[in-house]
Design a protein around this ligand. Structure first.
Ligand code: ADP
Ligand code: 5GP
Length: 211
């Protein structure tokens, strides 16, 4: 199995932007697949059910927790979010050994890291995306225009905790500051390939042939 990659960072830091840029590259088609989480939050415009998330009710989410269907789950900004075991095993069972990509907030990361430490996990590679400053984060969230004043405040309050956890040595394999998008994307792609070196492009015209 390819090594799953977990991407985390304050809400608005640019996780979806970076992940979607990677997934949209033709040469990575079917090489990286996004683990579609369940959430009880409402869909944003252009978010498709089953693509961005599996949108569901709190009752159904709680029922799924009771049935042990989640690999990890957490509450964030008043909503529940979780990665079902099925979302991950469906990717792992696909032909071509694709890399499973998970976008998780801090408590989900802690749960997966605890499983890894007990040797019961997926042995994930952990990438933290940070922002140049809290002011820039606020400006990006406002510009995205997806939050109410209340949910924006919740996300900004939480961002400080996320940044502190994310930048504590040992918590993540790689920390990337998403300032200039192209620079951040290059680092992001490089980290993805470091976690899964079998996906690195082979050098052209290798004098040793195809070895
Ligand atoms: P997240 O998935 O982490 O919540 P998004 O990917 O939705 O964050 O990004 C939040 C907003 O910031 C979006 O409107 C996105 O277009 C914008 N954005 C992302 N990266 C950058 C960047 N490097 N510079 C400026 N704006 C960015
Ligand atoms: P958003 O509402 O902006 O899509 O996501 C809010 C937060 O939930 C983000 O920090 C994102 O990483 C996190 N998140 C998304 N899916 C999951 C999940 O399955 N589990 C956990 N723990 N967090 C998730």
């Amino acid at each position: 199995m390819s090594r799953p990659v977990v991407v985390s960072g304050p809400s608005g830091c640019g996780k979806s932007t970076l992940v979607n840029k990677l997934l949209s590259k033709e040469h990575y088609k079917n090489k990286f697949l996004f683990s579609v989480s369940h959430t009880t939050r409402s869909p944003r415009p252009r978010e498709e059910d089953g693509v961005a998330y599996h949108f569901t009710t709190k009752d159904n989410f709680r029922h799924m927790i009771d049935q042990g269907l989640f690999l990890e789950w957490a509450e964030f900004g008043g909503n529940l979010y979780g990665s079902s075991k099925k979302a991950v095993t469906d990717i792992a069972s696909k032909a071509g050994n694709p890399v499973c990509l998970l976008d998780l907030e801090m408590n989900g990361v802690k749960q997966l890291k605890a499983l890894d430490e007990q040797k019961k996990g997926l042995n994930c590679f952990y990438i933290f995306i940070n922002v140049p400053s809290m002011e820039i984060l606020e400006a990006r969230l406002r510009e995205r225009n997806t939050e109410t004043e209340k949910s924006l405040k919740k996300r900004l309050d939480r961002a400080k905790q996320d940044a502190s956890f994310g930048t504590t040595p040992g918590n993540f394999d790689v920390v990337i500051v998403n300032d200039d998008l192209d620079v951040a994307y290059s680092k992001f792609e490089a980290a993805m390939l470091d976690a899964n070196p079998h996906l690195k492009p082979k050098p052209a015209n290798n004098i040793f042939g195809d070895i």
